[in-house]
Design a binder for this molecule. Structure first.
Ligand SMILES: C[S@@+](CC[C@H](N)C(=O)[O-])C[C@H]1O[C@@H](n2cnc3c(N)ncnc32)[C@H](O)[C@@H]1O
Length: 219
């Protein structure tokens, strides 16, 4: 035993079919995002969002930090899973993309839970550290990969002990194991994945979900 399953689209379809269905509002946001063209690939899938909702419930999250909002799909999903007193701080630089999200947050009646902060996330995170050290239960890092290590360091300071951070795209469509891929984003992800193995501050697992999701618990 102990042999891992190698899976393709058929197994992914089976996993999707064995997951509760994507809510209609979420599907509408996905469709409107798809109309933006290629950039829509930045949006996480429903199976991953569903897992993130579970994570929010498992850590009994009340405060959620999101770095990389895009059109607000992951924000919507996690905000929905928080209790009515739950609060989200969501960071992005794009006014245009996040405006779409705001409409759906309103339609889902979660907009009062969400504080969207527009601007460079590195600056916003520094500012947050002045008021919110150890204040978050759950975080999701899904912005530019070149700054991933910085985002992770800030996030660790902002999480409470026992808090969880999820890092997206850690497999980068498989590019992390392709030696001919020398993009800065790929190098940053490889370095991050390598360093995390030795990081005594966290317990973590890399999960082959979506484009690869690392889930790390702050000790
Ligand atoms: C992969 S998308 C986020 C996808 C989103 N989590 C979802 O599920 O739909 C990455 C986002 O990071 C944002 N971003 C990139 N660089 C940033 C920076 N320096 N500060 C804040 N946001 C940034 C982009 O504007 C983009 O919306």
């Amino acid at each position: 035993m102990g042999r891992d399953l190698t899976f393709g689209q058929d197994i992914l379809d089976y996993i999707a079919a064995s997951t509760p269905p994507e809510p209609p509002l979420y599907r509408r946001l996905r469709a409107e995002t798809a109309a933006l063209g290629e950039v829509s690939a930045m949006q996480i899938g429903w199976t991953q969002a569903h897992f993130m909702q579970l994570a929010a419930r498992m850590v009994r999250a009340r405060r959620y930090l999101e770095i990389g909002v895009f059109t607000g799909y992951s924000t919507l999903a996690v905000a929905d899973a928080l209790p009515p007193t739950g609060r989200v701080v969501a960071l992005d630089i794009s006014e245009e993309w996040t405006a779409m999200g705001r409409r759906y947050w309103k339609a889902a009646k979660v907009e009062k839970k969400i504080r969207l902060v527009l601007g460079d996330a590195r600056k916003t995170l520094k500012a947050l550290e002045r008021t919110s050290l150890g204040a978050f239960d759950l975080a999701f890092i899904d912005a530019d990969k070149e700054n991933l290590a910085h985002y992770f360091e800030h996030t660790l300071r902002l999480l409470r002990p026992g808090g969880v951070v999820m890092i997206d795209n850690v497999l980068w469509s498989g590019a992390v194991i392709d030696p001919s891929d020398r993009r800065e984003s790929t190098k940053a992800l490889r370095a991050f994945n390598r360093r995390l193995v030795k990081d005594k501050r966290v317990a973590f697992a890399m999960i082959p979900l979506g484009d690869g999701l690392t889930v790390a618990l702050k000790k």
